[in-house]
Design a protein around this ligand. Structure first.
Ligand SMILES: O=c1ccn([C@@H]2O[C@H](COP(=O)(O)O)[C@@H](O)[C@H]2O)c(=O)[nH]1
Length: 234
């Protein structure tokens, strides 16, 4: 089953709650990212938990292992269900976050960010290969290290699932119109195609948060996701 996560990229708790109220009952997860977390602090996580949402804390940690371990501990205490670290932080850094998760019965899952969906081919400094190859390489590491999941664009999901069928894929860069996001995202995909490719979680921000009727857009996305799943299970 694929699940929808709505990215609450706001700088005020009030705006985030207003949006969360509109999607309650339709969407099981909210994402708290850097903007909201820095503005409101870790208590924001508990507040969304208290009103029934699972919380994806997308802090994309990248630091020395000891610092990441401390940050993961704080995230776990705040009540996050899922935390991100950058896979490019390497084995020891990712394992430091995983150790915290294991100490707490793996209640908080650790997902590794591969290559941000805002990158297009040729944009990574000092790297001449394809982004798909780089994601594949990082996915192999993620599997060896025991990561719970990988953050990747929809275009890399099939490749990752071939390398590691058991690992979860979380996909941002979701757009209802696949012809172009017209924004900062570069590797985009429709909800239907991302689920058909095998993605387990779709993260959607602006297509829902900036819509006139966020709940209706969330319903449309859920419908696409369910139809794609039914097609897969035929
Ligand atoms: O590679 C990545 C990793 C994380 N994100 C996050 O997902 C949402 C996407 O929001 P949209 O408004 O739908 O573009 C956002 O919070 C990012 O921080 C990502 O886009 N790409």
């Amino acid at each position: 089953m694929a699940e929808l996560i709505v990215a609450l990229d706001f700088d005020k708790a009030g705006d985030a709650y207003d949006l969360a109220e509109k999607i309650q009952g339709v969407v099981p997860w909210v994402k708290v990212g850097l903007e909201l977390f820095i503005a409101e602090g870790p208590q924001i996580v508990q507040k969304f938990k208290a009103i029934g949402f699972n919380v994806f804390l997308d802090l994309k940690l990248y630091d020395i292992p000891n610092t990441v371990k401390g940050a993961a501990q704080s995230a776990c205490q705040a009540g996050a269900d899922l935390l991100t670290v950058h896979l490019s932080g390497g084995r020891r850094m990712c394992e430091a976050a995983l150790e915290v998760s294991r100490t707490h019965g793996e209640a908080m899952k650790i997902f590794g960010v591969s290559v941000l969906t805002s990158f297009a081919e040729g944009e990574l400094i000092g790297y001449d290969g394809t982004l798909s190859d780089l994601v594949g390489l990082l996915a192999k590491g993620a599997c060896e290290w025991g990561m719970h999941g990988i953050v990747c664009s929809g275009h890399e999901v099939e490749k990752i699932k071939k390398i590691a069928p058991q690992i979860k894929c979380l996909t941002p860069g979701i757009r209802l119109d696949e012809n172009g996001a017209g924004d900062d995202q570069r590797r985009i995909m429709t909800p239907r195609k991302a689920v058909a490719a095998g993605s387990d979680y779709l993260v959607v921000g602006r297509p829902i948060t900036r819509a006139k009727d966020p709940r209706s857009v969330a319903v449309v996305i859920n419908t696409e996701m369910n139809e794609a799943l039914e097609e897969l299970n035929k």
